[in-house]
Design a protein around this ligand. Structure first.
Ligand code: ATP
Length: 352
């Protein structure tokens, strides 16, 4: 296992083209589980390939522990990788596919047998160990690929690039839970690329959120939920995401149109595009005319909670209410939980 340091890493696929990955400095702690989360094209695979050695960054260095390994290939970096689509040898049995990375490194039979017993249980292929991979379904083949990535204990890190895409939804949930448990037991540094927030938040200790080639926040799931560092994080994480409303700030007051909200601290010298961010979970629907007037457009009952879709001063706003909440005709106002009201300048959180 290794601590992985990205030192002023950035990448352009062609000289003078835009950055596919904007400059980043970050240390990935030894033994931690990370998720790289963001929409298609935001640079997740570019960053992962730079860490694995499939891609040489156009700027900066990669260090494993304190060794500069920027010019080393994947094999020299001693990394296991699982890709979006299965990488298995069709002519080999499931067992031989799993044993391959261990045999390659000269491990003895007893150790190989132990590892295969453990990993085949995790991925649920005990019953087909002696079957040829040829003819197996795509999701079983992908489970074998996952197993090949997990079978070695002596790797510096295990990198997963959207590994559950071809797995059916029930198995997806099960494998995600198994991966998390396995991470706890083995303590490998794991980096998991996904565009699915549920996958990222359930798997990772820390989630690295990317948007347009830039890392916009690295945080625990709780931090990303409670204090999004960028409006993109607020919008991308949560269902529905954070409400973002244009505002004018005067000291400890935020104006939404003609309506005033008292904030829990003073803001001074703010410049640029100013917005107030509040998650739907921290908005309360009230019948108090002192609060902010809203027009309710519809209420969606999604099982264990309700989502109220409303308009506040011409802007869409979502409110999450407990399932049992009754909405009376006079509840046309909202109040915001001050401790969860964030102010953004040019999309970045204004911190004290
Ligand atoms: P996805 O989830 O769709 O795989 P991603 O977040 O992994 O997307 P990347 O594949 O890293 O994003 O792509 C980041 C940017 O770099 C995109 O604009 C993409 O078009 C560009 N890009 C990726 N690979 C190449 C390449 N080989 N040559 C030129 N541009 C590339």
């Amino acid at each position: 296992m290794a601590k992985i340091t990205l030192k002023n890493i950035a990448h352009r696929y062609a000289p003078n083209s835009d950055y596919a990955l904007k400059p980043i400095n970050h240390v990935w702690d030894d033994g931690a589980a990370y998720a790289l989360l963001g929409p298609s094209g935001c640079g997740k695979t570019t960053l992962l390939n730079i860490i694995s050695g499939l891609l040489t960054p156009s700027e900066g260095n990669v260090l494993f522990d304190d060794q500069n390994i920027t010019d080393r290939n994947t094999a020299e970096r001693n990394i296991a990788q699982v890709f979006q689509f299965p990488v298995v040898y069709d002519t080999m049995s499931v067992r031989d596919n799993l044993a391959f990375p261990l045999k390659n490194r000269g491990h003895d039979t007893a150790y190989i047998n132990d590892r295969i017993t453990e990993i085949s249980r995790v991925i649920g292929v005990e019953d087909i160990l002696f079957q040829k991979a040829q003819g197996l379904s795509a999701d079983i083949k992908q489970k074998i690929s996952l197993g090949r990535g997990l079978v070695r204990e002596d790797v510096n890190a295990i990198l997963f690039d959207e590994p559950l895409t071809v797995i059916d939804p029930h198995m997806k949930w099960q494998l995600r839970t198994e991966l998390k448990a396995l991470h706890k037991n083995l303590g490998h540094t794991m980096i998991y690329v996904t565009h699915d927030q549920t996958e990222a938040l359930t798997f990772a200790d820390k989630v690295v959120v990317m948007s347009m080639g830039e890392v916009v926040q690295i945080g625990t799931p709780k931090e990303l939920f409670e204090i999004p560092a960028h409006t993109f994080v607020g919008y991308f994480i949560g269902s529905p995401g954070m409400n973002v409303l244009p505002t004018i700030i005067d000291g400890n007051k935020a104006m939404i149109g003609q309506h005033k909200i008292v904030l829990n601290r003073d803001y001074k010298g703010l410049k640029g595009k100013l917005e107030l961010g509040i998650r739907p979970e921290f908005v309360t629907l009230t019948n108090n005319p002192q609060d902010l007037p809203v027009k309710i457009n519809r209420v969606e009952d999604v099982g264990h909670y309700k989502i109220v879709r409303a308009t506040l001063n011409g802007h869409d706003i979502n409110i999450i209410l407990k399932e049992e909440t009754e909405i009376s005709g006079d509840m046309n106002y909202v109040s915001f939980d001050k401790s969860h009201t964030n102010i953004y300048a040019d999309d970045w959180l204004v911190t004290p």
